[in-house]
Design a protein. Sequence first.
Length: 320
Amino acid sequence: MKQTITFGLHLPLIRFNREAAHSREQILSFAKKAEYLGYDSLSVNDHIVFRNTSWLDAIITLSVVAAITSKIKVGTSILNIVVRNPVVCAKALTGIDILSSGRLFAGVGPGSYKGDYDVCGIGFEDRWKRFDEALQILNLLWEQENENDELDYNGHCYKFKKVVVAPRPFQKPHPPILIGSWGSSDASLRRVAKYGDGWMASAYNITPDKFKEKCKTLLAYRKDMGKDTTTFDKSLVSMLGYIDNNKEKTHKMAKDVLSPVLGRPADELQDLLLFGSIDECTKKIKAFLEAGVNSIHFWPVNNYIEQVEIFSKEIICAFK
């Protein structure tokens, strides 16, 4: 059976190196272009603060994009449900699912940047136990049969009694919950298997060989838990890049634009991500497809509209 893959885009929420100011037109034109070109999804990444970058709020931006599109899926990749609070996140995501007529997917995680926790007054060292409880709460709120049911939760980090959280999401039983797992440790893979409808792996933290290995482990955990493995989503997010047949230009983008933001060597980022010629980038995607990835979320670091047009015309066509 032929393997298939879908392609989504990250919305340009971040101003790399403080380039041109954020604008309504930039976000709306990007979203409309993505839907026109037939991309499968648009998603937002989430930081409250992140080093020296300027970052639009994820939930607000996704709400605006959901309102001006009609077919393309919209989602988070990922939303930090720890610093934002799981009940507040469930409420906000439910609203987007309803107002988008069921086009939402919920990629969630605890994040990996200590600064987000510091400004929100939450201990970074507690993020994993908080995230476990946050996942339990999100599932509890979204899996209730009657939206008027009073719910209780008595965890170590979160507690509430007789809470009614309504309305229910548009999708039944709820939007897909996709769990971000950057390091892909054994504990994180078990968490994804237990609570998720899919896995979101970080493109700048994994290779095709490592993805294949971790995916095999993850699906084995799912099977042992008696959970479905056939419809389980396996996504690669934060696939940053700049596609151009000019090698000097793509290296400059990796070195001058992305490397300072992530604090990672440019050569390493160039090897892992979509910096390179059309042929080079196509081969990188094929390697991940063969490793089991069924969705890739591309994130151009500059010349956003031009890059999504190149990606659509020159690369996606190779996988039709």
